[in-house]
Design a protein around this ligand. Sequence first.
Ligand SMILES: [Zn+2]
Length: 65
Amino acid sequence: MNGIKHLSYEVLNRIVERRISSDERVWADRHLARCGVCRSERDWLERIRVYPTPFPTMPPLIGST
Ligand SMILES: [Zn+2]
């Protein structure tokens, strides 16, 4: 049995935060190179990291009356 081990959320998080160890990085890069699933997960994490709130909270309607 050799099941494919996808990158965990934790590892992907470390990648986008540049906190991943070099050993892990090599393994993760190799996996990302051939795994579209994990690549899109990482891209998604990068996106939410840059834009933490895709829908910013409505500004309070102070003084609009
Ligand atoms: Zn994967």
